[in-house]
Design a protein around this ligand. Structure first.
Ligand SMILES: Cc1cc2nc3c(=O)[nH]c(=O)nc-3n(C[C@H](O)[C@H](O)[C@H](O)COP(=O)(O)OP(=O)(O)OC[C@H]3O[C@@H](n4cnc5c(N)ncnc54)[C@H](O)[C@@H]3O)c2cc1C
Length: 261
């Protein structure tokens, strides 16, 4: 099974400072690390590879300055690591980010399984996984809290808070995992030292070869109008048994929140 794992590098959220006036994150105020949810995705990939064989390729979009952090993926089981990095990617919202990642995945030709975290600890939108799946035209499951490989295939449990749904996973597919899916193992010293010897492949916009209109700020329809610190609330998962019902409910919810736009 060829497994791709989406890995974002984020600032250590326990230490990072926020500029409340500008509504931005001061990235220089803290060390960077692999997004914690993506460690679960990497561990899930490793377990699938151990059971079914294959290879693990990580795909990240971000600046080149944190090469050692990117190299950590090798110590956690990645065979190949690709970093999408170019000034043309700067200022990307989730759509442009997802477009860039999906274009890179298409370049790799064969898509087996794509794994990602349910969200990041900095942007925290939880949008990128589903957007990538949509752009690739493959099915996706979000909030995967358990993954089990049985003789007749792979099964994923989707945690909807009030209900748990069990799916049999085919290929290609994208799975977005929660922290409950596993406990990521810590790399050994040997794995860390081996990782230092490996290289991350850098792919620029030219390598992707797509229209520049769809990358970075130019490909980003989102405009940030203001920044607020939200109240802590749990997820309010709802299950709709048919698409029309779900779309109507979503449109109603957007209308209710119209003040926010
Ligand atoms: C208008 C606008 C402008 C922005 N400009 C910038 C900017 O200039 N610089 C900047 O750094 N950010 C910028 N951002 C933030 C940027 O859009 C997000 O960092 C990015 O789209 C990922 O969204 P997220 O962190 O919410 O990911 P989520 O959707 O919460 O992440 C879900 C999963 O998707 C995968 N994933 C997400 N992002 C990446 C990635 N980059 N690489 C690999 N895998 C990933 C991970 O597996 C992650 O667990 C901007 C956002 C907006 C709205």
């Amino acid at each position: 099974m060829d497994i791709m794992v989406l890995v974002k590098i984020v600032p250590d959220i326990e230490r990072v400072r926020f500029d409340m006036e500008k509504g931005t994150v001061d990235r220089s105020s803290a060390e960077s690390e692999i997004n914690p949810f993506d460690l679960n995705a990497l561990e899930a990939a490793r377990r699938i590879k151990e059971n079914l064989g294959g290879s693990i390729t990580t795909i990240s979009m971000g600046p080149q300055s944190m090469e050692n952090v990117y190299k950590d993926v090798f110590a956690r089981g990645a065979d190949r690591a690709i970093l999408l990095s170019d000034r043309k990617f700067a200022g990307a919202d989730t759509l442009a980010t997802s477009h860039t990642i999906a274009t890179a995945i298409k370049k790799l030709k064969h898509i087996g399984l794509v794994l990602c975290g349910e969200k990041t600890t900095d942007g925290d939108t939880g949008q990128v996984g589903n957007e990538v799946a949509e752009l690739l035209g493959i099915p996706s499951l979000y909030y995967v809290s358990e993954l089990e490989i049985k003789a007749d295939g792979m099964y994923a449990v989707v945690d909807m808070d009030r209900e748990k749904l069990v799916y049999r996973v085919g290929s290609p597919a994208l799975l977005s995992v929660t922290k409950d899916v596993n406990v990521p193992r810590l790399p050994t010293l040997k794995e860390k030292l081996e990782a230092r010897k490996k290289s991350v492949e850098i792919w620029s916009a030219d390598v992707l070869g797509d229209s520049e209109e769809r990358f970075g700020a130019r490909g980003s329809p989102t405009r940030v109008s203001r920044t607020v610190v939200p109240k802590e609330e749990g997820r309010k998962g709802r299950i709709y048994r048919n698409a029309d019902e779900g779309i109507d409910a979503l449109l109603d919810a957007f209308k209710e929140m119209a003040w926010a736009f």
